[in-house]
Write a protein that binds this ligand. Structure first.
Ligand SMILES: Nc1nc2c(ncn2[C@@H]2O[C@H](COP(=O)(O)OP(=O)(O)O)[C@@H](O)[C@H]2O)c(=O)[nH]1
Ligand SMILES: [Mg+2]
Length: 194
């Protein structure tokens, strides 16, 4: 959370985290396609090459008000590939909330499990408490025939009481339900901290 008192803006960071190809970028593409251009910026996909590769997607939304301040929600995705561990940590830095995009296909359960572990580890390393940071679970790719049951996924990848949504990001199903849920959690926590 970063407040610019001069401009009365509050910047909030939401990170879409999950294994490679689970549908994180597709979520942002759908949000970008369906929101009014007056309240959103461009969808930017960045790949920087230096001594370190930083790779993520970024989309900014301006919605509503919090305590008289104008909130800007900065949505990021992390790259899921194993070798982008540095990017994932950097993107998680300062996160106000996380959406874990799980891939529902049976053969991706191991990848989901590994990424949940990475997420908890990276959150701790970046100074967050993985048990209290606002978190929403999205079970994506529900259209595929080999999708694992949602209760099982919720048990494996969800946190106690964390909202869980089924989605088909390519069709937009569940994308805004997920976004609204994480925004609600993040706004509630921000209001308590201001
Ligand atoms: N069948 C199906 N494919 C999806 C769904 N969501 C994303 N995809 C596809 O999965 C692939 C990876 O998606 P992408 O958003 O790039 O994954 P990322 O690596 O998590 O950013 C793409 O080919 C998407 O079209 C879904 O709900 N159902
Ligand atoms: Mg991506």
């Amino acid at each position: 959370m970063f407040i610019n008192w001069k401009h009365r803006e509050i910047n909030l960071k939401i990170v879409y985290y999950g294994p490679a190809l689970s549908g994180k970028t597709t979520n942002l593409q759908y949000i970008h396609a369906k929101t009014n251009p007056n309240i959103r910026g461009d969808l930017v996909s960045l790949k920087t090459r230096g001594d370190r590769t930083i790779y993520f997607d970024f989309l900014q939304l301006e919605l509503g008000q919090i305590a008289g301040l104008k909130p800007r929600f900065n949505l990021y995705t992390v790259p899921g590939q194993v070798y982008y561990v540095g990017s994932r940590k950097l993107v998680l830095q300062g996160a106000d909330g996380v959406v874990f995009v799980a891939d529902s296909q049976w053969n991706r359960m191991q990848a989901n499990t590994e990424m949940i572990r990475n997420m908890e580890h990276d959150l701790r390393e970046m100074g967050h408490n993985p048990h209290t940071i606002p978190l929403v679970l999205q079970c994506n790719k529900r259209d595929l025939p080999d999708a694992a049951p949602v209760p099982l996924m919720r048990q494996q990848f969800g946190r106690n009481g964390a909202p869980c949504f089924e989605s088909i990001a390519t069709q937009g199903n569940g994308v805004f339900d997920t976004l609204k849920a994480i925004i609600n959690l993040v706004v509630n926590q921000a209001q308590q901290r201001i």
